[in-house]
Design a protein around this ligand. Structure first.
Ligand SMILES: *[C@@H]1O[C@H](CO)[C@@H](O)[C@H](O)[C@H]1NC(C)=O
Length: 319
């Protein structure tokens, strides 16, 4: 017996299989798992920026770090290749030098810190998640959240490529969404102006911690992201809410189906016993059901006539 048509089977199968296939090497912001704990960071998707400025004698060096957890960054306007990060970048660094006296703002460098950059001069993103509660690092003790390590980026230093890496620490902050008081950079990205909330007096939810260039082989950028989505209970609560929602919907369908079935079976049984009906006549309203295709055809014809208006063939044109 075949309960479902072929396409339905395929859809159900792939919805089970896809998460396993997709989780291999790419960054999946929706399904984060470390040490048997689940998080979902879909709400933090889209380009989010943080500013780090370094004061020099006559100028500022302002570095904007922009990250998109859910997809590759994409610039809004046409920008020449040497002034932006390559396609596939998830975390981009853009440096500008701002003169202190006349405020002139000069672009100085752009390079990717992390991304899927294997065929763009870098390497694999290679994301790794570490649950802070059970992390072996002393500095993680007492923290709730998860740390993302991602790679792939590179910077040209003295004519040589130096590898880049990012550590983004998502720390539980029950009253923060994660998009509060973010830096609005001059370098615009697609979807860059969505979901940025200003909270007076508050600090940005996404913060610069350190850019460590002391390593011989790689530079490491550390960011801190304060958000309720890092709390270990958030994903569970959301799933619970989703389950209840689906529970209601499923029950509704089941009850509607059972009622219809009961009505048809009981009705047929009545018709059989009372009137000795057979075939179509068994069904309650058998003739109505039989007429449904014709009624539908007739209704469609009326609709088509209304749409195409009078005057065309089949319409009620005045003679
Ligand atoms: C550069 O950084 C300074 C100091 O944080 C800030 O006041 C200024 O608005 C920044 N300018 C630009 C153009 O990014």
């Amino acid at each position: 017996m075949r309960l479902l048509p072929g396409p339905a089977h395929a859809a159900i199968l792939s919805s089970f299989l896809l998460p396993f296939l997709a989780s291999a090497n790419t960054l999946d912001c929706e399904n984060v798992r470390a040490d048997n704990t689940d998080w979902t960071f879909k709400a933090l998707g889209g380009p989010k920026s943080v500013l780090h400025s370094i004061e020099n004698t006559a100028s500022w060096t302002n570095v904007t770090y922009t990250i998109d957890l859910c997809t590759a960054l994409k610039r809004k306007n046409e920008v020449s290749d040497d002034q932006k990060c390559p396609g596939g970048t998830r975390l981009c660094s853009i440096e500008r030098v701002i003169s202190k006296d006349d405020q002139t703002d000069v672009f100085s460098n752009a390079f990717p810190i992390a991304g899927e950059l294997i065929d763009r001069g870098g390497s694999y993103l290679d994301p790794r998640w570490t649950r802070l509660k059970t992390s072996k690092l002393d500095t993680d003790s007492g923290k709730e959240g998860v740390r993302l390590e991602m790679k792939g980026g590179f910077k040209i230093v003295d004519g040589n490529k130096k590898k880049q890496k990012a550590l983004v620490e998502f720390v539980c902050a029950k009253d923060l969404e994660g998009d509060e008081n973010l830096w609005d950079p001059e370098d615009k990205y697609v979807d860059g102006n969505t979901k940025r909330e200003e909270k007076a007096g508050g600090e940005p939810s996404l913060q610069f911690v350190e850019y460590d260039t002391s390593g011989k082989d790689e530079d490491i950028l550390e960011l801190l992201w304060k958000t309720k989505h890092a709390c270990e209970s958030t994903k569970k609560e959301e799933d619970e809410a989703k389950k209840n929602h689906w529970g209601f919907f499923t029950w509704f369908i089941i009850i509607a189906f059972l009622s219809t079935a009961t009505y048809l079976i009981f009705g047929s049984w009545l018709n059989y016993n009372r009137y000795g009906a057979r075939g179509w006549d068994l069904l309650p309203h058998g003739d109505t059901i039989r007429d449904v295709p014709y009624l539908f055809k007739d209704w469609m014809r009326r609709v088509m006539n209304t749409i195409s208006g009078p005057g065309t063939r089949g319409g009620y044109a005045a003679v």
